[in-house]
Ligand binder design. Structure first.
Ligand code: SF4
Length: 435
């Protein structure tokens, strides 16, 4: 079938174009052709934007090191929205990424007041067990923020580069905000940057799959990562229009600059506090040597984190999914039969009468059931295209469509919950223990 499925494009342009223009998020479709075997979220524009994902595509295509990292706040039930992020992490792990998953217990404790023990229980019972059941491989890293000295130390260092006005502009902090809440914000930046520490192989592109609302956090972390780098590289032009690189530092020891001059390709001139490099056409190699020298001189070296942005699922009843309204979402641990009933009660894009449905066709772009099929329950593009075309063409009735989605949801949850049982017995392989 040759039909183009693009039921979300209008919504995307309306809702998300501001992000592209204002904040420099780039459309994901530009980088899509470079991705070998893209995930269905990528093919279906559910992942709609990115920052620097070309670095990740390049790493995948050329077998260079890269990482994927994301975190979960242990505050409630694991639902299909969390599953999306987990699938993205696991997919990148399968493409060769070193994968990191952080349980944000510091944040849950500081912001929601959840006791540490409870954070640990929710983290393991809800999130980690499902993550393993979904296919997260043992070679990856799962950790609790409170249990990672590396993350806590890095958070402290990053805290020295972040100020209150910057944080309050992003998170709305006020004079009433606790210091621990602020610390939990820089801890999230430490989560994002720590895969690039020397013990994990040093600087490398790291992708953070997030929802569209998380971009301010990515921007903050990219800024902090840059501030932490001891050496800054700028591309400049001399008075004759010839390009060169200027490497500057306020803090690097003079020996480091000399060392750098010896190792880098191209002609270079050393001045006080900066080194100008001419005739260097291998920027990647230059960057690699600069990062190496930074680390050897006791500094930090980070590649600004890359990111992908996915659309949110809407609530089953329309509007937003909300953890305080169980009818609006499906949890991965709930009774599969009850979940199937929720699907049957979900809001559709169907018309008022069967007659109208036949005449005008349904509106899959406004349908929670179609969303479930597209996000989670149909892998095959042709099958999805057929559902879409039969819906808009008026050949499909909502009852049958709901029955299909309900049956698949029930089956998925049953299987997932069996895999969860197996995952419980494998926690020790990941260095974790239940209570
Ligand atoms: Fe939604 Fe299916 Fe009804 Fe179309 S036919 S509106 S996709 S439930």
């Amino acid at each position: 079938m040759n039909m183009k499925i693009d039921p979300w494009s209008a919504l995307l342009i309306e809702d998300y174009s501001k992000l592209f223009e204002e904040f420099g998020i780039l459309p994901f479709e530009d980088v899509l052709p470079e991705i070998p075997n893209p995930h269905r979220y990528m093919r279906r524009k559910i992942i709609f934007g990115h920052r620097d994902y070309d670095l990740i595509a390049d790493a995948m295509n050329n077998k260079k090191p890269f990482s994927v990292m994301s975190g979960f706040m242990p505050s409630g039930k694991i639902h299909l929205g969390h599953k999306m992020v987990m699938e993205e992490i696991i997919w990148h792990q399968q493409q060769g990424a070193d994968a990191f998953v952080g349980i944000a217990d510091r944040e849950a404790h500081a912001v929601r007041g959840i006791p540490w023990e409870r954070c640990r229980d929710i983290g393991i019972e809800e999130y980690i067990i499902s993550l393993i059941a979904l296919g997260f491989e043992q070679k990856g890293h799962i950790y609790f923020q409170s249990g990672s000295q590396k993350v806590k130390d890095l958070a402290f260092e990053l805290g020295a580069k972040a100020n209150f006005s910057e944080l309050s502009a992003i998170y709305g902090f006020t004079g009433e905000t606790s210091v621990s809440h602020m610390l939990s914000a820089v801890t999230q930046s430490a989560d994002i940057l720590h895969p690039q520490l020397e013990e994990y192989g040093g600087p490398k592109p790291t992708v953070i799959p997030v929802g569209a609302d998380q971009d301010p956090h990515i921007r903050l972390t990219r800024g902090l990562g840059n501030k932490m780098n001891m050496l800054k590289i700028e591309r400049r032009e001399d008075k004759d229009g010839r390009g060169y690189f200027s490497i500057r530092s306020k803090t690097a020891p003079p020996d480091a600059m000399k060392e750098l001059q010896e190792r880098i390709p191209g002609r270079s001139k050393l001045f006080e506090g900066h080194l100008d490099v001419q005739d260097c056409d291998d920027f990647e190699e230059l960057l690699r040597i600069v990062r190496e020298v930074e680390l050897e001189s006791g500094g930090y070296a980070f590649v600004p984190p890359c990111s992908t942005y996915h659309r949110f699922m809407s609530g089953l009843q329309g509007g937003k999914m909300s953890s305080s309204v169980p009818e609006s979402y499906i949890s991965l641990t709930e009774d599969p039969k009850e979940a199937a009933k929720k699907v049957k009660r979900a809001k559709t894009g169907g018309r008022m009468t069967l007659e109208e449905q036949k005449q005008l066709g349904g509106e899959p772009g406004k349908c929670s059931v179609y969303e479930l099929l597209m996000f989670h329950l149909v892998e095959d593009e042709e099958e999805l295209a057929q559902i879409y075309s039969e819906c808009v063409g008026g050949q499909k009735v909502c009852g049958k469509c709901k029955a299909l989605a309900a049956e698949r949801m029930e089956k998925f949850l049953r299987q997932h919950q069996e895999l969860r049982e197996q995952a419980k017995d494998r926690l020790d392989e990941y260095g974790l223990k239940r209570k």
